[in-house]
Design a protein around this ligand. Structure first.
Ligand code: CA
Length: 523
C-alpha cells in the first residue's frame, strides 16, 4: 500500500515536472524556432540515430537517457542549425505497454543536438526499456537499470570495467563479448576516444576520420566515429554506464592546463591548450550518458559518487583536470633531483577533500575508486611512471593514511590507462609493499595495443613485486566484477584477438578480495 501511494506521488510529481519542463522547453524552442523561421519538430529527411542510444549514472529513482541526432555523423552531424524536439519514452517492458512514461527534450545545436534526459520517479533495482523519437524517426529500444534502494544491501552487483578503446588499432571484439555478459552496469575508466591522426592501414585495422583533434568539430566527429561502432552501440544500448575520462579525450598525458611535453609541432601552441581542452570536454559531455552539468568554458566537473545501495560506492575520479604537471617527465623516467615536490596535487584540493570525506562517510561495504591510472607503487627498473599516482606520492599517501587512520576497510581501486591487465594488493606505500590496505584491478583495454616485445619483460618485472599478482599485456578485454557483501571477485576476460572482426573470449585469471581482509588472492 505504502509503495502504491509512493508510486502515485512519484507519478504525480513526474507529471508536474513533465508539464513544467514541456512548457519551458516548448516556449524556449518556439521562441528560437520562430526567430529562425523553422519549426522545432520538422521532419528530418535522414535517419538521425546513427550514434545509437545510451543510459547511465543510475540512482535508485532516476537514470540518464542519452542520444544525439546525427544523420551525417562524422561530418559535423548533418543537422539543421535549429533546436529539434526529441520525444523520449520509458516503460517497464520492451513492448512499451506497462508503466509508460514519456516526455519531451530539446536537442540543441549548441550541444551538437545531444540530449541528456534525467528520468525521475523510477523504482530501485529495476530494469526499464526506453527509446527516442525525432523528426519522424524512432530509435532502437534500449534497456537500463536503476540503482538499488538507498540503505538496502543487495546480494550481488555485477559490472564490467573497461578502458582504452583505440579505434585504429582494434575491432572491438571485447565489446561484442561484453554484450553477452549478465551485468548490472559498465564502468568506463577513460581513453574512450583517441585524439591522434588518421592512421595507416599498413599498421592499423581501420582509420580515423581525419587528422589530430584540435577543434570542437574535430572532437565531435571523433566521438561520432567511435560511436558508429556497432559493438560499442550494443553495450551502450543494454547496460547503464558510469563513465570517467583520461588524457586521450583531450590530448596524450596532459596535466591540468599543461599539454603533453611531446606534443607534435603541428599541435596548437601550448598557450592555446585550454581552448583545445574546452573543445575536448564539450564533445565528451555531448556524447556521454552522464549526470553532470554541461561544461563552463574550459572546465567540466565530473567527479561524483555512484551508490549501489549499501553494498558498493563508486567514487568516480578525474585525475586529469586538476593535477599539477608531471615531475621529471610525462612517462616512465628516472627519478629527477626535484622529486618529490610536496606541493604536487593529483586531484586538486576540492576533489581530494570530497573524496576523503566520502570515504569516511560512506555506509557502503566496498569503497571503490573508478579512476584512470595505476594507484599501487610500480617501480620499473629503478624508474617510475610519473603520469601515474607514483608521480604524485604525497597525494596518494594522504588517501592511504586516511584509510588507515579511519580504519576504512574494503578499498578497491579500478584502473585503466596502460592497455594491460593487472591485479595487485594496494600496499601501505612505496617503502612498505608488504602491508596491504586494499586491492587494485587494472582493465586490459578494449582495443589499444601493448608493445608485444615488452609484454614478457613487463610481466616478469611487475609480477616479481611482492604486491602484484598478475600482469598480462598480450591481450585485450575487460574485467568482470562480481561484488557481494562477503567478497569481490574479478575475472579477467580476454579476447584472442582484437585485430579481426570477431573473437572468442576466455577468463585468463581471477582474483578475490574477502570483505575485511585487505588485498587479493587467486580466485
Ligand atoms: Ca591514458
Amino acid at each position: 500500500m505504502a509503495r502504491d501511494v509512493d508510486a502515485l506521488a512519484g507519478r504525480l510529481a513526474l507529471e508536474l515536472d513533465r508539464r513544467r519542463f514541456l512548457q519551458a522547453t516548448l516556449t524556449a524552442a518556439a521562441g528560437l524556432g520562430a526567430g529562425l523561421g523553422v519549426a522545432c519538430d520538422a521532419r528530418l529527411p535522414v535517419y538521425p540515430f546513427t550514434l545509437g542510444i545510451a543510459s547511465g549514472d543510475p540512482l535508485p529513482d532516476r537514470v540518464i537517457l542519452w542520444t544525439r541526432l546525427a544523420p551525417d555523423p562524422i561530418q559535423g552531424g548533418g543537422m539543421p542549425d535549429v533546436p529539434v524536439s526529441v520525444v523520449w519514452e520509458l516503460a517497464e517492458d520492451a513492448a512499451f505497454t506497462q508503466g509508460v512514461r514519456r516526455g519531451l527534450a530539446v536537442a540543441h545545436p549548441s550541444l551538437a543536438h545531444s540530449v541528456h534526459v534525467d528520468v525521475p520517479g523510477l523504482l530501485p533495482a529495476r530494469w526499464y526499456f526506453y527509446r527516442f523519437r525525432a523528426g519522424g524517426w524512432e530509435s532502437p529500444v534500449g534497456r537500463t537499470k536503476t540503482a538499488p534502494a538507498e540503505g538496502s544491501l543487495p546480494g550481488s552487483f555485477r559490472f564490467a570495467s573497461a578502458s582504452c578503446s583505440q579505434y585504429r588499432e582494434s575491432f572491438w571484439t571485447a565489446y561484442a563479448n561484453m554484450a553477452d555478459e549478465d551485468l548490472d552496469a559498465v564502468v568506463f575508466l577513460g581513453d574512450y576516444i583517441y585524439e591522434s591522426g588518421l592512421g595507416d592501414l599498413s599498421e592499423d585495422v581501420r582509420l580515423h576520420d581525419g587528422g589530430r583533434c584540435r577543434t570542437l568539430l574535430d572532437y565531435r566527429n571523433r566521438h561520432a566515429l567511435y560511436k558508429t561502432d556497432v559493438n560499442l552501440q550494443e553495450v551502450h544500448r543494454i547496460f547503464p554506464w558510469i563513465v570517467t575520462w583520461d588524457d586521450h579525450e583531450v590530448s596524450n598525458n596532459y596535466a591540468g592546463d599543461i599539454q603533453d611535453e611531446d606534443a607534435p609541432d603541428s599541435d596548437p601552441p601550448a598557450s592555446e591548450f585550454l581552448l583545445r581542452r574546452a573543445a575536448g570536454y564539450a564533445a565528451w559531455y555531448e556524447h556521454m550518458p552522464v549526470r553532470v552539468l554541461p561544461p563552463k568554458g574550459d572546465s567540466l566537473e565530473i567527479f561524483r559518487e555512484v551508490k549501489i545501495g549499501d553494498l558498493l560506492a563508486f567514487f568516480v575520479l578525474d585525475t586529469r583536470q586538476y593535477r599539477t604537471n608531471q615531475q621529471c617527465g610525462d612517462a616512465i623516467q628516472i627519478i629527477c633531483p626535484e622529486f618529490p615536490d610536496p606541493n604536487e596535487t593529483f586531484l586538486g584540493d576540492a576533489q581530494e577533500a570530497w573524496l576523503l570525506g566520502g570515504l569516511s562517510g560512506s555506509q557502503a561495504v566496498w569503497k571503490s575508486l573508478a579512476q584512470q591510472v595505476i594507484f599501487s607503487p610500480t617501480p620499473f627498473l629503478g624508474q617510475l611512471n610519473f603520469d601515474q599516482w607514483d608521480g604524485y606520492p604525497f597525494s596518494r599517501q594522504r588517501i592511504v593514511d586516511h584509510l588507515v587512520d579511519r580504519d576504512i576497510e574494503n578499498f578497491v581501486v579500478l584502473t585503466g590507462d596502460v592497455h594491460a591487465s593487472g591485479a595487485a594488493s594496494v600496499p601501505l606505500g612505496p617503502d612498505d609493499l608488504d602491508t596491504r590496505i586494499g586491492s587494485e584491478f587494472v582493465a586490459p583495454g578494449i582495443g589499444s595495443s601493448f608493445d608485444d616485445d615488452l609484454a614478457n619483460a613487463a610481466k616478469l618485472i611487475f609480477e616479481s613485486l611482492p604486491h602484484v599478482d598478475y600482469l598480462d599485456g598480450t591481450r585485450r578485454g575487460y574485467v568482470r566484477h562480481t561484488v557481494t557483501p562477503a567478497s569481490w571477485r574479478a575475472d579477467f576476460r580476454l579476447v584472442d584477438t582484437a585485430r579481426q572482426m570477431t573473437s572468442p573470449i576466455r577468463t585468463d585469471a581471477s582474483f578475490v578480495s574477502q570483505a575485511g581482509v585487505p588485498g587479493i588472492v587467486p580466485g
